[in-house]
Ligand binder design. Sequence first.
Ligand SMILES: NC(=O)N[C@@H](CC(=O)O)C(=O)O
Ligand SMILES: [Zn+2]
Ligand SMILES: [Zn+2]
Length: 345
Amino acid sequence: MTERLTIRRPDDWHVHLRDGDMLRLVAGHTARQFARAIIMPNLVPPVTEAATAAAYRDRILAALPEAAAFTPLMTCYLTDASDPAEIERGHAEGVWVAAKLYPAHATTNSAHGVSDIRALTGVLETMQRIGMPLLIHGEVTDPAIDIFDREAVFVERILAPLVRDYPALKIVLEHITTEEAASFVREAGPNLGATITPQHLHLNRNALFAGGLRPHAYCLPVVKRERHRLAVRAAAVSGSPKFFLGTDSAPHAIGRKEMDCGCAGIFNAPFALESYLAVFEEEGAIERFEGFASEHGARFYGLPLNEGTVTLAKGKATVPERVGDGALSVVPFHAGETLGWRFAG
Ligand SMILES: NC(=O)N[C@@H](CC(=O)O)C(=O)O
Ligand SMILES: [Zn+2]
Ligand SMILES: [Zn+2]
């Protein structure tokens, strides 16, 4: 039986670090486990300009403990008014590595997102030419579509034509949750990849209603039926280079979750690697964990693999009920549970 697992230092290809006090509370958790992370731009107001992205990157670095060796990889929030020249300039200057497409009103702080993908033609042509990845929150926003079907409908109506029209554009379908998304990504060419969160590997939609209404299991895209969870698990542990780690750690203060209209998002950063590794162990695929956590994403983005290693050791890791204090406290994923591996540095 494996007692310790040492892997190349991993990266998180999708995380929300927020700003201000919340940034200071959560950033160290991500920097402790990951060498780099793709930082989501859905602040209020959103990060749409290179100068604001560079200033945000500085605030992230300032929020970290002195010794942290962590590189935030910044992203540009796309709107109907995004300017291809500004996106190209920010990319050439090394400010941002990717751009994020939020369909308007699809998720947290997406009100300024894209209302019609046809508005992005010039932007997407530019990104395709310069090799800048497009990251997508893949849900349609049509209220007539059942919320559990919004990802599958997005794949069919938006993603399939996009992949056809921009064959050389690198696209990441973020936080996939369905059999349809997993199989579409698997069957597509090498320019389409997907990130997978821990919660979509652990939870099915029963978790939302287990003994009562469970706001801390609520994120977007919402967790789906068991058959979808199993398909997403199979993709994660398959060894395919198209699937890689992206926690979508999305902290909201406890009062913003436990209310009559609670926010979407699960804060999984403190025990992210332990949570993923539990899944790979259950699936008998521990030997594929390093590829998923530390190799596939960097290769997809065309970035060097990290130097150095991290170690996880068999043993109890008890997840606290809260992280932080008072009004700022956040309930972490797996709160109150004991996981079977612990991060040993
Ligand atoms: N995943 C979530 O449920 N929430 C994210 C937004 C997102 O990634 O869609 C957030 O910013 O809170
Ligand atoms: Zn999203
Ligand atoms: Zn997210």
